[in-house]
Unconditional design. Structure first.
Length: 201
């Protein structure tokens, strides 16, 4: 009976990480921007997102997409929070300060005929300031991320071997955006390398 060979233990300080899969960038650095970066960390994902601002060719890994998605969601949440806070302040002020319009006097009872209306939340300066600031920031953030976000989503579709044109499914009301998010969750497929630039490997 022969003993099965055993693999030797790694020496102290020896790198035990496996080499990156062919057609991907090394996970320890920014790597080749022409290739998807597997296991990207948040800073790496955002850096590649900015450097490939309008690049619709090539591929993007799941980690690249979802870290950027999280950062963009947080950035979008800030102006929405300002708008909601401003509206809450305005509604509370409007409820406490109704606008009363007098139309005359009731000849029978002698009481004034009045109409109570909300003065409008935008008539309260603190509320209006927060709402306008939130709207302005929302427009700025949207314009800043719309192009690179679309490019990133197209590259993520390429990574699962799907054409970027499938992104138009997001235009379908209700179900469309959810379907696209499911596509973003799919695992990479080796066949997606067909979308890489010539000489990227």
């Amino acid at each position: 009976m022969t003993n099965s060979p055993q693999s030797p233990l790694p020496a102290p300080g020896q790198d035990t990480h496996q080499a990156p899969v062919a057609g991907t960038a090394a996970a320890g650095s920014l790597g080749d921007l022409a290739l998807p970066l597997r296991g990207a960390r948040p800073k790496q994902a955002v850096s590649r997102f900015l450097k490939k601002y309008s690049v619709f060719s090539g591929r993007a890994s799941r980690s690249e997409f979802w870290w950027v998605y999280l950062v963009v969601a947080i950035a979008m949440a800030i102006p929405y929070a300002l708008i909601i806070i401003g509206m809450s302040i305005g509604l509370a002020w409007a409820a406490a300060n109704p606008k009363i319009t007098e139309f005359g006097v009731d000849q029978t009872t002698g009481e004034a005929i009045t109409l109570e209306q909300s003065p409008g939340i935008m008539n309260h300066a603190p509320a209006a300031t927060l709402i306008w600031l939130g709207l302005a920031l929302l427009v700025v953030v949207f314009l800043a991320v719309i192009v690179p976000m679309l490019a990133l989503m197209v590259r993520r579709l390429h990574d699962v071997n799907m054409p970027g044109a499938l992104l138009f499914i997001a235009l379908v009301p209700f179900a469309g955006p959810l379907i696209v998010l499911v596509f973003m969750l799919l695992e990479a497929k080796p066949e997606g390398a067909r979308f890489d630039a010539v000489g990227a490997h």
